[in-house]
Write a new protein. Structure first.
Ligand code: BTN
Length: 250
């Protein structure tokens, strides 16, 4: 089905009743030379969803959105990839705030509602042709109408607001918003993208507890480095910089 209101994103949507992981399906399209920029794989029941840091992503059949976008960010260098991450996070937050006002982005790209929990996540997997960045598979999982979760830290829009949302309409609005974010990125509006991301950032400029290498400490998030690492002020006023696997939020 052709989706209105977009220029290139989602002109080609592969809908799968069931799949292991939409990211894996998209990566297979890349591997077999069938990937096109703007294609979307969406799956009603994802059975082996992948999350960040090797975690799994589980989602009840028919209740939520689990999909992957195939992008070809050939206007960027791989060292700038965190800007794609920020542009996508910003767009999702902007769109979902029409339903839930107080969504924040927990670094690097969890969508959370403080006091309730995590309602979404993003997993971007890159492919290369030689040394060149070829495709970015942007996997997005959003908890919309599911209300029972195994994990205490998971939540959904319906759990928070009590209302059921029509998934198709939401999906259409989302990809329109994400396309806008991607166009902003393509136009080189880097400063705007980063400042919007920082504005939405969970625990920004707030003292809180973290751990690294099993050691607990108190820190204050003060920024994001160009390569997407977390910049944190420590109690001794030093600034420390952490990569994804180097820090946990407590
Ligand atoms: C995270 O927060 O850890 C990222 C979760 C990303 C989940 C989505 S669901 C669609 C796509 N396919 C996957 O296997 N994972 C992503």
């Amino acid at each position: 089905k052709i989706l209105a209101n977009t220029i290139f994103l989602g002109k080609d949507v592969h809908f799968l009743p069931e799949c292991h992981s939409t990211n894996d399906t998209a990566l297979n399209l890349v591997r077999t030379g069938q990937a096109r920029e703007g294609s979307i794989i969406i799956c009603n029941h994802q059975t082996k969803g992948k999350g960040q840091r090797g975690n799994s992503w589980s989602s009840q059949a028919g209740k939520n959105l689990t999909f992957s976008l195939i992008l070809r960010p050939d206007f960027m260098d791989i060292s700038e990839q965190f800007y794609l991450n920020m542009a996508v996070s910003n767009s999702i937050k902007q769109m979902l705030q029409n339903y839930v006002p107080n969504i924040e982005v927990k670094w690097p790209n969890d969508l959370i509602v403080p006091g309730f929990g995590k309602i979404g996540g993003i997993l971007i997997e890159n492919t290369f042709s030689g040394k060149e960045w070829e495709f970015a598979v942007v996997g997005i999982g959003l908890n919309i109408n599911q209300i029972d979760f195994h994990s205490a830290s998971a939540s959904s829009i319906k759990s928070i607001t009590g209302s059921e949302i029509a998934l198709e309409e939401l999906f259409r609005l989302l990809i329109t918003q994400i396309e806008q974010g991607y166009i902003q990125l393509k136009k080189g509006k880097w400063k705007e993208i980063k400042s919007e991301y920082l504005m939405n950032l969970y625990r920004k400029e707030i003292w809180a507890n973290y751990s690294t290498d099993g050691e607990q400490f108190s820190g204050k998030i003060v920024g994001i480095s160009a390569d997407g690492r977390l910049e944190m002020e420590l109690e001794n006023t030093e600034i420390a910089v952490f990569g994804l696997k180097e820090i946990s939020f407590l």
